[in-house]
Design a protein around this ligand. Structure first.
Ligand SMILES: Cc1ncc(COP(=O)(O)O)c(C=O)c1O
Length: 442
């Protein structure tokens, strides 16, 4: 057997169909060969503006020259030791940097891993070890990844859970404060924060609070459709966790590293002080790396050897992450996120006035989304509209990603240092695609 057996040269699409497992979804079926900043080029040389950022992994832009240089330098010195065999400098420097950066009061400690869901798994393990309890509270429309625990915490059934059971026991699900689709049928005027009450009631109807190890929450739901809770929601559930001795885990995998206009989304609140923050995506500037950062006494609750993994905190990924953090601070990436967010929000709100199918435009910082509905009264999801928009956008040279339990949301996760004219160009392409779809589908 040779590595390259085939004498027939297949196109990328043919190779995908022949060799890639069907379960791997590809939202933009083109083959990218080169990228820079917020631009990408495919194998035919066609140029795209990137509104997807590899699903929020490219906050400092794609193939950032300084990150590339840091990767090259580190790869020439040391690629791997495995932290369980020996220490290495990038690992140590990165845990130090993240502990100092995380908006968590008191002494903090950190663990590095490879992917977002691995960070989630580890955070739950740590919380269980610290509390001696087993149950975990998670939310409707949440997304926490694709491993068995990750998909058990995730609430979107298709395609993340269907056919993949049995799931992890002792995961209890609560309504999220989703004001556009209030689970209690209220409007902002009549809202009595039933969603906060639902957490209190859960301790009578679902699970004894004394058995709950952790509550895991996205400060803004990502995959769920960029759902931003009302300002007092997170502080109130955080307080309940504190009262009950439940470890409060903020999943900042998508919201982190400047995306919402603060380095971490929990910084929009005064001293929310999560016990643990899980981070990934934009940390590595495109390389796989994730982190669990938390209060030292919680992080240290596990037995030595209980945490880690062969590649977690690999020196090359860690060196890339250190450079990413340096660039973010120097270039004030959170400030850029505010500008990108404001421009995008204003643009899409104006478009909403013209397009009946845009039911909602919402977001925080540069985490901006449009939700498409069949009519504004019923708010019935319109996934066909989104499918058409992304198809048209791709043809015009714009990469997009969808979101929402019903796939009826387009979310913007563009690199945060996208030049103003490229952002405008991308928004124009998106608007053209929306207008054409409105004409075709109504
Ligand atoms: C909020 C959140 N948590 C967890 C994950 C899982 O991360 P990964 O795909 O790196 O495992 C994601 C990925 O989209 C995410 O958005």
């Amino acid at each position: 057997m040779s590595v390259n057996q085939s004498s027939v040269i297949l196109s990328p699409e043919e190779k995908r169909r022949r060799y890639m497992a069907k379960g791997i979804s590809i939202q933009n079926p083109v083959c990218i060969t080169r990228s820079q900043g917020a631009k990408m080029w495919d194998d035919s040389g066609k140029e795209y503006i990137d509104f997807a950022g590899g699903i929020g992994c490219l906050n400092v832009g794609s193939t950032h020259p300084e990150v590339v240089e840091a990767i090259r330098e580190q790869a020439g010195k040391l690629i791997h030791t495995c932290v369980h065999v020996t220490l290495n400098e990038p690992y140590l420097d990165l845990v130090e940097a993240l502990c100092n950066l995380a908006p968590i009061a008191g002494e903090t400690k950190a663990l590095l891993a490879n992917s977002g869901v691995e960070a989630v798994e580890n955070a739950v393990k740590i919380a269980r070890s610290y509390t001696g309890r087993s149950a975990v509270l998670a939310f409707e429309s949440a997304f926490h990844g694709r491993t068995n625990l990750g998909m058990s915490l995730t609430s979107k059934v298709h395609p993340y859970k269907a056919g993949f059971g049995p799931f992890v026991p002792e995961v209890y699900r609560l309504p999220y404060a989703n004001c556009y689709h209030c689970p209690f049928g209220e409007s902002p005027e009549t809202c009595a924060r039933d969603c906060v009450q639902a957490l209190e009631s859960a301790f009578d109807t679902y699970v004894d609070a004394h058995n709950v190890a952790a509550l895991i929450v996205e400060p803004v739901q990502g995959e769920g459709g960029f759902v931003v809770p009302p300002p007092d929601y997170l502080p109130r559930i955080r307080e309940i966790c504190r009262e009950k001795g439940i470890v409060f885990i903020a999943d900042e995998i998508q919201t982190g590293f400047g995306r919402t206009g603060e380095m971490f989304a929990v910084e929009h609140y005064n001293h929310l002080d999560p016990d643990i923050i899980v981070m990934a995506k934009s940390l590595g500037g495109g390389l796989p790396i994730s982190a669990v950062v938390g209060k030292a006494q919680i992080m240290d609750a596990t037995e030595v050897g209980g945490l880690g993994g062969t590649f977690g905190g690999n020196p090359v990924s860690a060196a890339a992450a250190l450079k990413v953090l340096e660039i973010m601070e120097r270039d004030q990436i959170s400030q850029r996120a505010k500008q990108v967010g404001e421009t995008s929000m204003n643009y899409l709100r104006a478009l909403q006035n013209e397009i009946p199918a845009i039911g909602d435009v919402r977001g925080q910082g540069a985490m901006v989304a449009m939700e498409f509905v069949k009519d504004r009264e019923s708010r019935e999801p319109y996934p066909e509209f989104v499918a058409s928009v992304s198809h048209k956008a791709l043809a015009k040279g714009l990469l997009t990603v969808k979101a929402g339990v019903y796939n009826n949301v387009i979310r913007l996760l563009t690199p945060l240092n996208i030049p103003a004219e490229e952002l405008k160009q991308g928004l124009d392409l998106l608007a053209e695609s929306v207008r054409e779809t409105q004409q075709e589908l109504g």
